[in-house]
Design a protein around this ligand. Structure first.
Ligand SMILES: NC(=O)c1ccc[n+]([C@@H]2O[C@H](COP(=O)([O-])OP(=O)(O)OC[C@H]3O[C@@H](n4cnc5c(N)ncnc54)[C@H](OP(=O)(O)O)[C@@H]3O)[C@@H](O)[C@H]2O)c1
Length: 414
């Protein structure tokens, strides 16, 4: 199998390295040599594989010997046009590009089907964690009720450091940028859009229908403070940015939000740049995939796993993916959560109001940090988000007390 890589950056060069280092093993596994013929990049020179460097896409497009193309350029254009053209020529395509899969996945899967080739995208979610194939193959017989994950190493690094060092967001973000764990423009990570794209891909996989990340309610971690962590710590919990997909009968729910996570949740212990993806099935129960969600070689390893699949299935369309039919996601207001609520002042004189608006079923258990009198926190009953927001407003109007911050809370698992 002759292969071309489009985009010789972090991941593309990693794929070339894995193909080089594991050449013999790969040949044994798939029964034929997998040979890198071209590397397409906009640069004029690259440190390795210089003899394979080309700048003109049409060379790949028109070379009949190239049966498989790896797209690791990133971005949507011209990645979409290049991938589409390769598939139309019957070349298998493997990509690590979540933006491309989120925006055009169903279209490209349809084109692959029409031209009897495959479009693979394992590395687009969870880097080196094999979540796409696990959902498609291993859990094909499951009714998946929930997929919830920590899918962004940058934000997890920041949140982990805020907890461990008792530091504020800006301070830790600056350190993450200095260490190269966060981009100079970190918006895509810290505002949750990277997680939201991955969540959209998982929801599309789980439901079989197309979902766009723009339709998923998304909040990032900019508003999480060291005091939020102190309250979470006091409760034996922590805070994580979670992308979550849930199915209840024929309804789908999805969101990306920072959440207070209890110790009983396996995601509690996923720290630093690591990713964890929890999958719940009706027969399976709860399982979690854990590992490096990004980085040169872990992500390249996932790309190479797709290359192996493409070689093994070179004459058949495998059908990993979803249809073009748009999925309707339930509105955010119809999700139910408990909330960690930070309220201005002390709680004594507003106990009855707290009970009226947030605690119909349970007792008020206030958390007061170091005898503070300017604020306290507590966890509400389970409430639908729309009711919670209405009650929040009504509570502030009635009592004149400000809600300082709220964070949705994951329920304790038994
Ligand atoms: N890095 C990770 O850990 C990771 C993990 C999972 C998934 N991904 C995804 O993998 C993709 C690649 O990421 P990366 O980190 O490897 O990015 P990168 O280091 O920026 O590499 C992209 C490469 O493609 C080249 N390129 C850009 N436009 C091109 C064009 N029109 N024609 C030919 N070459 C072009 C770039 O050249 P210039 O440098 O000259 O612009 C660069 O060498 C992205 O979609 C990313 O989201 C990355």
């Amino acid at each position: 199998m002759k292969v071309a890589i489009m985009g010789y950056g972090t991941i593309g060069s990693g794929v070339a390295e894995v193909l080089r280092v594991n050449q013999d093993q790969l040949q044994k596994k798939v029964g034929e040599p997998v040979t890198l013929k071209y590397v397409l990049d906009i640069r004029d020179s690259i440190p390795e594989d210089a003899d394979k460097l080309i700048n003109d896409f049409s060379i790949i497009e028109n070379d009949e010997e190239i049966k498989l193309v790896v797209e690791t350029m990133g971005g949507i254009h011209p990645a979409y046009e290049f991938v589409k053209s390769c598939l139309e020529k019957g070349k298998h395509v493997v990509t690590s590009n979540k933006a491309l899969v989120d925006a055009f996945g169903s279209k490209l899967i349809g084109i692959a089907k029409e031209h009897h080739c495959n479009f693979y995208f394992e590395a687009s979610v969870g880097g080196g964690i094999p979540v796409i194939r696990t959902i498609y193959h291993n859990y094909a017989g499951e009714n998946l009720t929930e997929i919830t994950g920590i899918m962004n190493g940058t934000t997890n690094f920041i949140l982990t450091n805020m907890r461990e060092k008792g530091a504020d967001f800006d301070e830790v973000l600056a350190e993450a940028q200095r260490l190269g764990y966060a981009e100079r423009d970190p918006s895509s990570d810290i505002d949750g859009f990277d997680t939201s794209r991955k969540t959209a891909i998982l929801l599309s996989m789980a439901s079989g229908n197309r979902c766009r990340h723009e339709d998923i309610y998304t909040e990032g971690i900019r508003n999480i403070s060291k005091l939020d962590f102190e309250y979470a710590k006091e409760l034996g919990m922590t805070i994580k940015l979670l992308g979550s997909v849930q199915q209840v009968e024929d309804k789908y729910f999805a969101y990306v939000v920072p959440m207070v996570v209890p110790k009983s949740d396996p995601l509690f212990s996923v720290d630093g740049v690591f990713n964890g993806i929890k999958i719940v099935g009706n027969c399976l129960g709860t399982t979690m995939l854990y590992g490096m969600g990004a980085g040169k070689l872990p992500t390249a390893s996932a790309v190479v796993s797709d290359i192996i699949a493409a070689v093994r299935h070179q004459d058949e369309f495998q059908g990993i993916g979803w249809s073009e039919k748009m999925l309707e996601i339930e509105p955010m207001g119809s999700n139910a959560f408990t909330y960690l609520l930070r309220v201005e002042g002390t709680c004594e004189e507003i106990k009855d109001d707290l009970k009226e608006f947030f605690l119909e079923d349970s007792e008020l258990k206030p958390v007061i940090l170091n005898g503070r009198t300017d604020e306290f926190a507590f966890i509400t009953d389970v409430m639908f988000e729309s009711d919670f927001l209405d009650n929040l407003k009504a509570f502030e109007e009635k009592t004149g007390r400000r809600i300082i911050h709220y964070i949705r809370t994951e329920k304790e698992e038994n």
